[in-house]
Design a protein. Sequence first.
Length: 409
Amino acid sequence: MIEAELPSNEPERLYALNQYQIMDTEDEECFNDLVQLAASICNVPISIISLLDDKRSWFKSAHGVERGAEVDRKFSICSHAILQPEVFIVEDTNLDERFVDNPTLNGDLNVRFYAGAPLKTSDGHILGTLCILDSKPRKLEPNQIEALRILAHQVMAHLELRKSHRVVEDSNERLKEINSNKDKFFSIIAHDLRAPFHGILGFSEVLETEIEDLDEKGIRDIAGYLRSTAHATFRLLENLLQWAMSEGGAIIYRPQDVQIEQVFQTVFEVLGAMAQRKNVAIHNDADPRLTVHVDLNMMTSVLQNLTSNAVKFTRSGGHVYLSAQKVDDEIHISVRDTGIGMPEEQIQEFFMRQQPKSNKGTDGEKGTGLGLLLCRQFVEKNNGRIEINSKPNEGTTFTIMIPYKPPIC
């Protein structure tokens, strides 16, 4: 027995095979009909659609043997057949040194005759064969060889049709997702952006027309409302733009070694005033030497969103804790609060990849749930995942788990 050499384009061939997503798929009538027709035309007991990956010859469809069976590639005649551009014929395996003492051919099948027509892509990659087998030596008539070649061409036509159908289905799903996101985007703009602007416009008009009748406290109250509303609206707008860019693929993932304590410090600087106004203390518990390999902008955005939510749902006098530690082969970054907790429905929406419904904060703060949607997407872009633990009136902990990569010194 002589084992077949690998095709010169083997990596490209395997990549092409993978694009069809055909290996280990279910039974399909169109392929079964073709193998049965091949056996009938060539008057043989066995016919097979055989596809070769890097380890095996797998039977997509078969007549006369079990469909879905497979043979170790080094023992498969098809591994020799895919090296030939035309129909490969072995009239008697006992007279061919490549197949003498082949344990598979001398087993239950007792293969003495083989003919295999290549299943060739438009790029010239041979994925496998439509082959016929017999337990006795024989010859094929020219018209049978031509019929086998034509049937192999039909197998490829069905494979191409199957692949095209999958591409169309994937495109339709993507279009549905884009339309859904577009509707979601405009819904948020129509409702959540318009509402605060009505308040800003209304109080601005009061300042313009009634400022002479307002005392200093009244003016400060209106100014404070305008400032907090403008800040919340700006954050919503930032989230909308980040989310839209993320959905459109415009945000590029640029990982680097990042000191977690520095990210925490940035979060404190941005949200410190907000937390102070609510009388919520933010704590930093991160080893200054601990680094994580992430996109800095994405991770900063995630931690700002999670910390902002923690402050939002924590009552006056409460606490928010940011911590980080190395656990086995991961970096765990946590944002824990002593707030009112998350409803179970909201947690389920998060893990079902839906936009979580937003609830008002402890001081009536509004939101859209869009920040959590962005957090999940950004963490996944950094090859991480998020866990949520929450208890009513005891608080919520978001834990981000990122694969650990030793820093490059």
